[in-house]
Design a protein around this ligand. Sequence first.
Ligand code: GMT
Length: 377
Amino acid sequence: MAFKIGITCYPTVGGSGVVATELGKLLAERGHEVHFISTSLPFRLNHTNSNIYYHEVEVNQYEVFQYPPYSLTLASKMAEVVKREGLDILHVHYAVPHAVCALLARDMVEDDIKVVTTLHGTDITVLGHDPSLKDIIRYAINKSDKVTAVSQSLVQETKNMLQTSRPIDTIYNFIDERVYSDDVCPENLRHSYGIAESDKVVIHISNFRPVKRTVDVVKAFAAMHSRVSSVLLMIGDGPEKRAACQEAENLGIEDRVMFLGSQKQVVDFLNISDVMLLLSEKESFGLAALEAMACGVPVVGTDAGGIPEVIADGKTGFITPVGEPEKAGAAGAKLLEDASLYAGMSQSGKQRAAEVFGSESIVRQYETLYEEIGSLR
Ligand code: GMT
């Protein structure tokens, strides 16, 4: 059964935008008609498919309003697209404001268009704590026709924090295995960054928000480097970058840490890396860890949120306590020192990425959900 699906996400760099866009692309390949409704073209929407449409939400600044009316403009655009294109489903990523906008659009068109909301974490773990937003997040969840979250941990956290009545299904994130694999090893990349043959490569990828604990990443790396000569690639940008640079200087390892900023082709960097560090204090899933595992890169992560659901502790990497970078460093060094342990984890990571988080099976889970609500129409 083919559906007409409107997808709304934050289109800029970030796991939720990546997952929403990749889902839309795969749904289009499977014959569904997909309409992206967002403020700019999602950055991963880089291929042509006659089943994919894009509707831009133009947010204007008016003198009378202190803030641009993003939510109202989005709801209005959603209603317009639902009516004109005859959509069956609005699938929104993030409860606020996107689910609230979809509910408003549904009211505006007076149709029984179905609303599917996917929770990615920040909407619950950060906004859910704000007393001024708690009720509206609960409302958005309870009024959606189906709600999914990207890990069991996020399902539990949402229920505990908001006492929602609507059941929430876990549908894990996935990766496009045509992109994330160790098949393509970029020639000369190590060399062009001046990385010696004898050095191991440790990688961290994030938006450097405080929850990512990037200073801990530098500390953990220092512990690893004291045992195994290595370099650290820090990919991404954000508020904690300065503190992380400072920590590298404080520890006297600034020549070993490369801050490369945001990069489009992260798979190239993963394919020259040996270990990933993901030491967040909050992380509903940790898409970067999955991308690393798919490329055969074991991950040392923390016991925060959904990270232990992605990394199988002792099999595809190690789970260490939040805020204890010396333990993470010791785990990373152990991996780099033991070639047979390393080879086993690298292989198991690829296998787990394919078996548990393969795109075919995850996209099928979303289709099943659409079919369940489609039959209610
Ligand atoms: O982590 C962020 O700051 C970005 C945020 C986003 O909107 O992309 O990430 C959230 O969604 C990702 C995709 O589902 C998850 O992999 C991240 O774990 C989640 N971030 C947090 O929970 C902090």
